[in-house]
Design a protein around this ligand. Sequence first.
Ligand code: PMP
Length: 365
Amino acid sequence: MTVKTQRAYNFNAGPSALPISVLEKAQAELIDFRGTGMSVMELSHRSSTYEEVHNQAINSLKELLSIPDQYEVLFLQGGASLQFSMIPMNFLKPGKKAGYVMTGSWSEKAFAEAKLFGDVYQAASAKDGNYRNIPTVSELKFHPEDAYLHLTSNNTIYGTQWADFPDTGDVPLVADMSSDILSRPIDVSKFALIYAGAQKNLGPSGVTVVIIRKDFLEQANTNIPTMLKYSTHAKNNSLYNTPPTFGIYMLGEVLNWVREFGGLSAIAEQNENKANLIYHTIETSNGFYIGHAAPDSHSLMNITFNLKSKELEKKFLEQAKQEGFVGVNGHRSIGGCRVSAYNAVPFETCKAFSEFMGVFQKKNS
Ligand code: PMP
């Protein structure tokens, strides 16, 4: 059997590229983790060796995101999708409403799920404009007595991203950051709760990170199943039941990689450079490539665009695949093209792709 060591140009939307150094470290430690004679997957989640891995991952996330002391970091399961239900289950109460800012398919899913539990409304919606833009702060309509306001910081499918977050005063702000957490510095203190599936910027799928302010947590409903209460996991340091130990180990290693990279400012700078390469190619293509997102709302993580005709788009996607670019197809719900340039996608991969775009345009104009 020949071993393929060539790394793919991986633009998958999630699960997505992981840093090669993290994969190599996991490979080296797979059979014998820190002299235990076992892999991390084989350790008891109650052992001190695993506990160290677990706590280091929590502490690294706190450090990298500058998470203030009044927040808990939780590692849950069920993906970001389970958060769509856990949030209203825990925080919607009779007589209180929650606003949802509609910026794409994931906001729609979060909203639909919350409707099952209580009184929710759309605080703003970009649907009429085919989710090309992020609503402005003045377009947001919410009430000071609301249970919370929910937004999606980066819209993985449409390729839009909040540049700045609204100041919601006393209304707890809840954000789905699945596809841009750790891609740039953020002010955690603006949020009551942040959640993210790990499989884009944080590690492999199977872990969901929740960052929750303690005073918000204390207001949660109590008449819900034990596993679906944030307090259960907060009280038990996310060790109430068996956590996804290998995923948390990988998350910890990804966080070490981010630290070695220079932290979130350095990561953000590289993300801007990568995305700008491709946006520049789109913008200077004289309409050959048509960007989906409005320029003031475009995402640095997911770059979405179309070509003039479906036939040309098909040819483009086929050739991209032949050249070794993986995951360039748009999400199955909207089609088109999408480049997901998460943290671990190297600058060179984006450079190679923007060059391919240029060559394809020349040959097909
Ligand atoms: N929210 C956003 C913004 C996403 O991109 C995704 C997955 N692509 C989800 C939620 C759902 O995440 P999961 O598959 O972890 O449930």
